[in-house]
Design a protein around this ligand. Structure first.
Ligand code: SAH
Ligand code: AVI
Length: 691
């Protein structure tokens, strides 16, 4: 294992040699060599195209003599690409002649199918290796304009899928192609188990990181922990922490980490540690296969996103019999010290994967498109809650090691009313300060809107500050307030209609993290996004980038965006603003539990939770928590969630910005920062962004 030399960053380490990857032209030559060696060379009197290429394109077949070591393939200056392509063309010609003659009997038809499936495996390896190569360049080059992928990502379903277990059969039957390692089909006994309907996401992974996942030995296998330390692992491969949040190297270049996307490029050790941190485990390969056969529709992205690590060591099935001849070395000789992955990745060629497919890698390897689907013993829940996002978020949030709920659930009618009360508190400066600053900048900024503009407001609430913009932009064609709280939205829309009779008011109840284009009645005028109140600070940095990115796409080229942000200031001022003397913020916080009791039939005792407001300097954010005063158990249907005395549920983060972090955020989302205005103390900022 490499030692971490003093002064060597994780990135420097990543730039060190990569013994597992090969150049693209090696893959091109090797897959044709495979047909020549496995099929053509077996024919009597066959003369190979070029003896010298055998050693170059032999991957790992000891029976075939000398070869270039894998770690040395990167030094492959010759044969040139043209020579490799000429070799491929010659093998294609010979294989076509072979096909025209008709494959012989015996093993030949199987070896031909094996050659095709082998080539498909290398199509994926090619992309893994290209990405690794690109990741080593300081220029973050994009290998492709759009990600080469087999299909669209499937939407999240939520929840767990439970299975009774019992006696079942896994492995490939006699029909159709399968690799030797998938056979023979055989019986296994399974205890009751559940599998997550969805893959583990980047958001889940960031929580693991934020909770010290890579710093706490208690989650790790000994070998994994040794890797963490020796190679300074702090995140999945290709991730980098920037001012605006995490970024990741992809086949389309370096991108902000998409919190909703399945995590990729994690090793078995990381997958296993994550599962332990989650209070769950990895599935065995038999559980995975049984679930995929029994109820594929109950899962999202079983294949087509990432290979999923299992807890199963890669070992022969009972009765395993390697393919005869040279191909005996294909799979069987790797059956020690590796772990099985199931599923298939976005880069796996169509039709290549199947439920019995056994992919395998060493537990420390990370350059594959590998991720996680969690498993658990027994039944986790009886029904999935795809229809009920609040319920799903409650289950997800209370199941975490560090309990957390998304702040958007604060805003039922009472929550929206309490927020309005907060805006009038002496300690809560942001609303007053922002309104004053907006009065100062609105006339000039509104002058840039042009005729028939459409004002699209995110998280509009009572639409009070909106009036300042409406007063400054008298020729607006339409106002589209978007809010998750129907009561606040509709009451505000009625008041605006009454006070601005000429204006089309088109309210949309919805989640601004899933933005839809404005209603057609709004017309085609320039879109002006308006996102005041520092509500953007309630999102994680990654989600904030994703939101601004999608806003840019939905509002279109030439649009403007007015973004309100609260600025970093002294912790005393901040804490007072989130822990007011009258206890209104505490009531706002506890109302989340009142709402859960009413909407989900839960049995929280809101008064048994303390309101906690604290400044987190590491993440530059105010945090609100609800802290259990004593041990308690709360129920959601048949599910029970335990709180230790003093344990908290993290209910909200309010990130505080400065000009640099706002600039980085805007840039990461593809906007240009046209202006940034700061008001008097306690200061908030307003940014004008241009698409
Ligand atoms: N813009 C107002 C209100 C801010 S309070 C102001 O500056 O004073 C935050 C508002 O965003 C609330 O009205 C809440 O209902 C809404 N909200 C929070 N999360 C949301 C989400 N994910 N989608 C849509 N609206 C949301
Ligand atoms: C809506 N949002 C920006 C408010 C904030 O300051 O984060 C919500 C709030 N939470 C406590 N007080 C106000």
């Amino acid at each position: 294992m490499p030692q971490l030399a003093a002064g060597l960053s994780a990135e420097d380490l990543a730039a060190q040699s990569m013994p597992d990857a090969s150049p693209g032209k090696w893959h091109l030559g090797h897959v044709s060599w495979f047909f020549e060696t496995m099929i053509l060379a077996g024919r009597p009197g066959y003369r190979v195209v070029d003896e010298r290429l055998n050693a170059v394109f032999n991957s790992y077949y000891e029976a075939l003599g000398e070869r270039v070591e894998r770690a040395e393939r990167g030094l492959m200056t010759r044969p040139s690409l043209a020579e490799v392509m000429a070799y491929r063309a010659e093998i294609d010609r010979r294989m076509e002649a072979w096909l025209a003659e008709g494959p012989g009997d015996g093993l030949e038809p199987y070896l031909f199918a094996l050659g095709l499936h082998h080539e498909q495996q290398h199509q994926e390896l090619f992309l893994m290796d290209v990405l690794n190569l690109m990741s080593r360049s300081r220029l973050d080059p994009a290998a492709y304009e759009a990600e080469p992928r087999v299909g669209e990502r499937e939407a999240r379903l939520g929840g767990w899928v439970s299975f009774e277990g019992g006696l079942t059969q896994i492995g490939a039957g006699d029909d159709g192609f399968a690799f030797d390692n998938e056979r023979p089909a055989h019986r296994v006994w399974l205890e009751p188990f559940s599998l997550a309907a969805d893959l583990t996401t980047n958001a889940d992974w960031i929580e693991f990181i934020d909770d010290g996942g890579y710093r706490r030995a208690e989650f790790w296998l000994a070998d994994g922990w040794a890797r963490v330390k020796a190679e300074a692992w702090a995140a999945p491969l290709y991730w980098r922490e920037e001012a605006a949040g995490w970024s990741v190297m992809t086949l389309t270049g370096r991108r902000p980490v998409d919190p909703t996307a399945p995590v990729r490029h994690v090793s078995f050790y990381e997958a296993d540690a994550f599962a332990r941190w989650s209070g769950r485990r990895l599935p065995t390969e038999a559980e995975w296969e049984q679930a995929a056969r029994a109820d594929p529709a109950a899962f999202s992205n079983l294949t087509g996103e990432v290979w999923q690590w299992t807890a199963s060591a890669y070992a022969p099935y009972p009765g395993f019999c390697p393919t005869e001849g040279t191909a005996a070395e294909y799979n069987g000789k790797f059956m020690a010290n590796q772990m099985v992955l199931r599923g298939g990745a976005f880069a796996t060629p169509e039709g290549h994967a199947r439920p019995s497919y056994r992919n395998f890698y060493y537990p420390h390897q990370r350059w594959m498109f590998a991720g996680v689907r969690l498993a658990a013993d027994g039944a986790v829940i009886e029904e999935t809650g795809a229809h009920d996002a609040f319920r799903q978020d409650m289950i997800d949030g209370l199941s975490r090691r560090v309990k957390a709920l998304p702040p958007k659930w604060f805003y039922d009618a009472e929550g929206s009313r309490l927020f309005e009360e907060i805006t009038r508190l002496p300690e809560y400066y942001p609303t007053r300060q922002e309104a004053a600053l907006l009065r100062r900048v609105a006339p000039e900024w509104a002058g840039r809107f042009g005729p028939d503009a459409v004002l699209v407001e995110l998280g509009s609430g009572a639409s009070e500050k909106t009036r300042i913009v409406l007063d400054a932009a008298r020729d607006l064609a339409a106002y589209v307030p978007i809010d998750i709280s129907p009561s606040a939205l509709n009451e505000a829309a009625d008041r605006i209609r009454a006070d601005y009779p000429g204006l089309k008011v088109l309210p949309v109840v919805g989640d601004f993290e899933h933005l839809a284009p404005p209603p057609v009645e709004a017309g085609q005028g320039r879109r002006i996004g308006f996102f005041p109140g520092s509500t953007i600070g309630n999102l994680t940095p990654e989600a904030a980038i994703a939101l601004l990115r999608s806003a840019r796409e939905v509002l279109g080229e030439g649009s403007l965006f007015i973004l309100g942000v609260d600025l970093v200031k002294s912790p005393e001022v901040l804490v007072a603003a989130y822990d007011d003397a009258q206890g209104v913020t505490a009531a706002f916080n506890r109302n989340l539990l009142v709402r859960a009791n009413r909407d989900l039939g839960m049995d929280f005792e809101p008064e048994a939770f303390d309101h906690v407001a604290l400044w987190n300097p590491e993440h530059s954010r105010m945090e609100m928590h609800l802290r259990a005063m004593r041990p308690m158990t709360v129920r959601l249907g048949k599910l029970a969630f335990r709180f230790a005395a003093g344990e908290t549920v993290h209910t909200e983060s309010s990130r505080k910005f400065d000009e640099a972090s706002v600039t980085a955020l805007a840039q990461a989302a593809g906007w240009r920062l046209e202006a940034f205005e700061v008001g008097p103390e306690p200061a908030v900022g307003l940014a004008l962004l241009v698409a």
